[in-house]
Design a protein around this ligand. Structure first.
Ligand code: CA
Length: 418
């Protein structure tokens, strides 16, 4: 796997875009107040850790001679400009090799999956999908090119990413607490406390604060070991999902099949309707087993517009988004879980001929929507819920299907509309 491990559980990433990692604002050359040097920042981090119950000798030993990791800052800053179609992202993670590996793991670890499922009520295929997307079922944990010392990565980010410094600083303190309280099985970890460039750790990529809150010792050896114990890692993931509201036996939803004529404005992402109500509108789930209860509510989304697949999302889909707030991420986990269960792929294909807008073009689109009185919530080059809502309003105002989908044709249309 060539890409870096992305930030995992609890990582407050950008909302609903294909860019999976946050766009980090590195200090401009001459801002006020000035960016502190790494040395003084490092001292501040030691002092902060001590206020968080980290023993001074441990904080000193971990931080006093630390140097920043330039690869971490490079990884953090390079992510935001990388734009590719939603379907490219999804299909990079859902391929025959990944599905086969997942089904093998489901068979090998059948007893563990059954026990975790029984204890937490989270479907094993969802858990396996997180495991596959986060670490290729643990394979990346053995890859020295992507595994890094967590303390150094988080200190680098805490001092090199002023816009999010408090977040990184808190995660660093949590990592130091893990070391201080001897919770990680360091005797089994030759690299020490390791994780992704953003500090996400173990088989399902927990941030340190998430580990502190939700990691569990499921195999009963006295350690919460998400790095080398598959039972601990899977149970911790299930615990995280339950703590964030996962409802047993509900699933995430299903691809939706639309009638030939359909008002795209109904797919507004936010209005839940019962399956009965959706059926009355001509919408039906491609996978009816995802709706054991006709009264169960779901929202409808059209992530690639009317010419792409539609999805009916149950409340559990929002819990997947708590793990990582990118729609591309959550759809990947959801659709991979279906494939691991043995369900077929999508009925309706993606609009593969469409050209994805660049970040500059997205900003141009947002600027033009704002100029015309459609509130996008800002001009940040990211197409999130507010921009899609503004797009739907614009589309409706000029007689286009209001599917909220930003493609090159739409940008041309708004450029030509006074
Ligand atoms: Ca354990």
């Amino acid at each position: 796997m060539s890409r870096p491990i992305r930030p995992g559980a609890g990582f407050r990433s950008v909302v609903l875009t294909c860019a999976m990692a946050p766009t980090l604002a590195i200090a401009a050359p001459d801002p006020t107040p000035p960016t502190p040097s790494f040395e003084s920042c490092r001292t501040d981090l030691i002092n902060f850790a001590i206020t968080q119950a980290v023993p001074q000798d441990l904080a000193d030993a971990q931080l006093a001679n630390l140097t920043p990791d330039p690869d971490v800052l490079a990884a953090a800053t390079s992510q935001g400009e990388f734009v590719r179609p939603l379907w490219d992202y999804i299909e990079a993670s859902i391929n025959p090799a990944r599905i086969e590996a997942g089904q093998r793991k489901l068979a090998e670890q059948a007893e563990t999956f059954a026990a975790v499922e029984a204890r937490y009520g989270v479907d094993r295929h969802i858990l396996a999908a997180f495991w596959g997307v986060e670490s290729s079922f643990g394979a990346v944990l053995d890859n020295p090119a992507v595994v890094k010392p967590v303390v150094r990565s988080l200190a680098t980010l805490a001092c090199g990413d002023p816009a999010r410094a408090p977040y990184w600083r808190n995660e660093l303190a949590a990592a130091l607490q893990i070391l201080a309280w001897n919770q990680a099985p360091l005797d089994r970890m030759p690299g020490g406390l390791t994780g992704s460039w953003a500090g996400a750790m173990g088989h399902t990529q927990f941030m340190p604060s998430v580990y502190q809150r939700d990691a569990v010792d499921f195999d009963g050896d006295g350690r919460r070991d998400i790095w080398t114990s598959v039972p601990d890692a899977l149970a911790s993931t299930a615990q995280y999902l339950r703590a964030n509201g996962w409802k047993p036996d509900e699933g995430w939803g299903s691809e939706a099949l639309l009638p030939g004529t359909f008002d795209a404005a109904l797919a507004d992402e936010t209005t839940p309707r019962s399956l009965t109500a959706w059926r009355a509108l001509g919408v039906r789930p491609a996978r009816p087993s995802a709706f054991p209860d006709e009264a169960g509510e779901a929202t409808l989304i059209l992530p690639a517009g009317l010419r792409g697949p539609a999805f009916l999302l149950r409340p559990n889909f929002a819990v997947i988004l708590r793990y990582n707030t990118a729609l591309a991420y959550a759809l990947t986990v959801a659709l991979l879980s279906d494939r691991l269960r043995g369900d077929p792929g999508l009925v309706r294909d993606w609009p593969r001929g469409d050209r994805v807008l660049t970040s500059d073009e997205r900003r141009d689109l947002q600027t033009r929507l704002m100029e015309r009185g459609f509130a996008t919530g800002g001009v940040d080059g990211k197409i999130g819920p507010k921009t899609r809502s503004a797009l739907r309003a614009f589309q409706g105002s000029v007689g286009l299907p209001a599917d909220g989908y930003a493609d090159a044709a739409l940008l041309e249309r708004i450029r030509g509309t006074p």
